[in-house]
Ligand binder design. Sequence first.
Ligand code: NAG
Length: 261
Amino acid sequence: MEAHRRNNRRSNILLLLIVSLAATLVTSSASPITVTTGEKVELSLYYEALCPYCENFILNYLYKIFDNGLISIVDLKLSPYGNAKIRSNGTIVCQHGEWECVLNNVEACAIHAWPVVSDHFPFIYCVESLTYTAKYDEWETCFEKLNRDPKPVTDCIASGYAHELALQYADEINALEPPHTYVPWVVVDGKPIYDDYTDFVSFVCKAYKGSNPPQACLGLSLPTATTNYNAKPLNHVCYKEDDNAKLKSIRSETISATAAS
Ligand SMILES: *[C@@H]1O[C@H](CO)[C@@H](O)[C@H](O)[C@H]1NC(C)=O
């Protein structure tokens, strides 16, 4: 009886050891900032490959979230379609011409090929850094620069799947509520931030409800004014082409309504 109890106690202690070891492993393998998906702030960028202000936003602002730790609290979604339109015969016409359609497709295929944002963002950054200086036809150099297999992207384009993706992105941007009136159109947790888009970090930090905000939100490592590329004038946008005047007045109404509330 005594021996049995001792055995029981020994196995209880063993069980306790295993449980606490497992707990230690789980804790130590987690990153310093543990955020469940539900706590992450949804940050969406609706853009088009050749809008200079989209290039500027990606190259001089957005990339910083991968450097300053903000990405740990952000669920970043990129939507490369912008102000393109579908013609009645089903083909797509892009705001900045044929190259923009090509490169929107390249970027849509990159997102499809490498669904994790930290995998596709560097490729999109690379393509945008080329378009910034009008080197449109050099986009394929990004595979080598980033040591990526081109096949999933080139297959996506050659097979026509890129067109399917473009139609999906068209549906996505056309379903926005309120509708987009220009790009870059930056949406934080479902709400557009209009022409405050270069200030997206403070919107993200305000929207974050979790514990452990990253340093970028604590004012300890505010984004510096340094930029990698010559910054273009701030907060400029590429308007949706049709009815510019009407859209601009809607926009200023929206902005004054927001300011009033
Ligand atoms: C679709 O329409 C455009 C202009 O309306 C034309 O240039 C293009 O060739 C057409 N494409 C097809 C596949 O019919």
